[in-house]
Design a binder for this molecule. Structure first.
Ligand code: HEM
Length: 521
């Protein structure tokens, strides 16, 4: 198009390619008269503006995307990667796979503070040659609950009150006090790890249990970890308040400016591996995301390095419209029966069809850039093109067909997962052991971390009603005497005040829990 604008600037057009000669005034009858309806430029401009926001994510609304690559070692620890998985991105030493990553906070809205006490999202989209792999993780290794059916409840308790629209500690701890499996996550979240200093200085975890599948179809259970080469850094509540007083977007700014100045952050990626069965020898269940897998029993095995080296060009297109989910796996990686993971897998693409639209996978940031896409999907709101393969008969958008339509892949994909038998049921995992790992975590903290945990917990619980405070102190005493006693001291509650409290309905106590309960009485 010829450049007609003055001073060598580019000519403004609308999205039809029409040049705009007047962008200052609507068309009106006379200078002061009513506007006319055939104001095409004005109507396009204003109606587009009216729709500039899409619904924000129901969780993880505030976040920031950048790009990079994953470089494989070709190994899983000191064994060839192929022993455990046939996923191509892990196979060869030095193999690079481009990726996008979105860091986020969970509870606040799209413009909320980035130094809130909140888990941080750590969601990676690998653009592999076998299609996309999304690993949608957090910076804390565990979660509040172990069954997806409870997710709307835990999130409602953490989100603002439906009447006052304030985040209310009493609502949060009302829920948590009735949810003993949340004690481990709360112990992490209220420790200094609960407010990372920046996105560059935090770990990443897949949290849920996945599987790897090798060429023979044999499966193992797997957990994913990322360790920052920059080190881990956190803020105390007082430090976070200072940052927040000046800047709600400190973590995005830190990441963006580091990448702009060429200071590319890196994470080592590790996996933990377990044989694919129930592991009756453990006193917790490998499918329980409120538990870590102790590293002494299930060592970290290095698989590669992630480097982030490019910023987004447009926040909306690449951050608001990126869509990741736990269902997006490639050949050689699989789901486990982790009850959170199956629920998540439905939820992500469901919300994305609503939040972004039916054809969200056609957007540049979401499409499988490094794999061929050939589908029979057709139409839908905002469709921009069918996924037609070279040589495909465009009239055939169904399968099977004998007229040059798409066909199923002809390769064998062996998969020998264990056979499972059972009755349909609604039940809780048997091996709950809700306090043991929270106790382990409390014991391994340094003194200053424990001080910070108790201070943070006591301060927020100080805003709660007495019955909620009492039940929370009861749980902390079940975790560890010192933990419960110290939080109790901040609230004026002693073990003797809690004699009237029995275990929660349905709560299963281990022998150790029982012993602690008797001491408490
Ligand atoms: C985002 C659901 C548990 C990490 C989301 C979104 C939904 C959701 C609906 C918004 C997605 C979007 O609009 O694109 C669930 C459900 C869960 C669950 C139903 C439990 C059953 C978890 C857990 C983790 C996690 C355990 C940590 C491993 C994330 C992250 C995002 C997210 C990182 C942001 C993704 C992005 O940056 O676009 N979740 N979630 N979620 N969730 Fe979950």
């Amino acid at each position: 198009m010829e450049d007609q604008a003055p001073d060598g600037k580019k000519t403004l057009t609308n999205r039809q390619g029409h040049q705009i000669t007047n962008n200052q005034s609507q068309r009106t009858v006379g200078p002061r008269g009513p506007a006319t309806l055939e104001n095409y430029h004005f109507l396009e401009k204003i109606t587009h503006f009216d729709r500039e926001r899409i619904p924000e994510r129901v969780v993880h609304a505030r976040g920031f995307v950048c790009y990079g690559e994953f470089e494989a070692t070709g190994m899983i620890g000191d064994e060839p990667a192929s022993k455990y998985t046939r996923a191509k991105l892990f196979q060869d030493k030095g193999k690079k796979t481009p990726l996008a990553i979105r860091f986020s906070t969970v509870i606040g809205g799209r413009d909320s503070s980035e130094v809130a006490r909140d888990p941080r999202g750590f969601a990676v989209k690998f653009y592999t040659e076998d299609g996309n792999w999304d690993l949608v993780g957090n910076n804390l290794a565990i979660f509040f609950i172990r069954d997806a059916i409870k997710f709307p409840d835990v999130i409602h308790s953490l989100k603002p009150d439906p009447v006052t629209f304030r985040q209310e500690p009493n609502r949060i701890f009302d829920f948590m006090s009735q949810t003993p499996e949340s004690m481990h996550m709360l112990t992490h979240l209220f420790s200094p790890r609960g407010v990372p200093a920046s996105y560059r200085h935090m770990e990443g975890f897949g949290v849920n249990t996945y599987k790897m599948v090798n060429a023979a179809g044999d499966t193992v259970l797997v957990k994913y970890h990322f360790h920052p080469r920059q080190g881990i850094a956190s803020l105390t509540a007082a430090e976070a308040e200072k940052v927040q007083g000046k800047d709600f977007g400190s973590a995005s700014k830190d990441l963006f400016t580091a990448i702009e100045r060429g200071d590319y952050p890196q994470w080592d990626m590790y996996v933990q591996i377990m044989e694919d069965h129930e592991h009756p020898e453990l006193d917790w269940d490998p499918l329980d995301d409120t538990k870590i897998w102790p590293e002494k029993d299930f060592p970290l095995r290095h698989v590669g390095v992630m480097t982030l080296n490019r910023n987004v060009e447009n926040f909306f297109d690449e951050n608001e419209q990126i869509a990741m989910g736990t269902g997006v796996l490639v050949d050689g990686l699989d789901f486990s029966d982790d009850k959170m993971l199956v629920g998540r897998t439905f939820s992500y693409s469901d919300t994305q069809r609503y939040r972004v639209g039916t054809n969200y996978l056609q957007l540049p940031v979401n499409r499988a850039k490094n794999a061929k896409v050939a589908t029979n999907y057709d139409g839908g709101q905002m469709s921009f093109g069918r996924d037609i393969a070279p040589g495909q008969n465009p009239h055939v958008n169904y399968e099977p067909s004998i007229h040059d339509g798409l066909q199923e892949a002809q390769r064998e994909a062996p998969n020998n997962p264990p056979e499972i038998r059972g009755r349909l049921t609604r039940s809780v995992l048997e091996r709950r052991n809700d306090y043991v790992q929270a106790r382990g975590r409390y014991c391994t903290m340094m003194d200053w971390e424990r001080d910070d945990l108790v201070l943070n917990m006591g301060t927020l619980l100080g805003q709660c009603e007495r019955d909620v405070q009492e039940r929370m102190v009861w749980h902390f005493l079940m975790v560890h005497d010192d933990y419960g006693t110290r939080v109790g001291e901040m609230l004026g509650i002693t073990a003797a005040d809690l004699k009237h409290l029995a275990p929660l309905p349905g709560q299963v106590l281990t022998d150790e829990d029982q012993r602690r309960l008797e001491n408490l009485g």
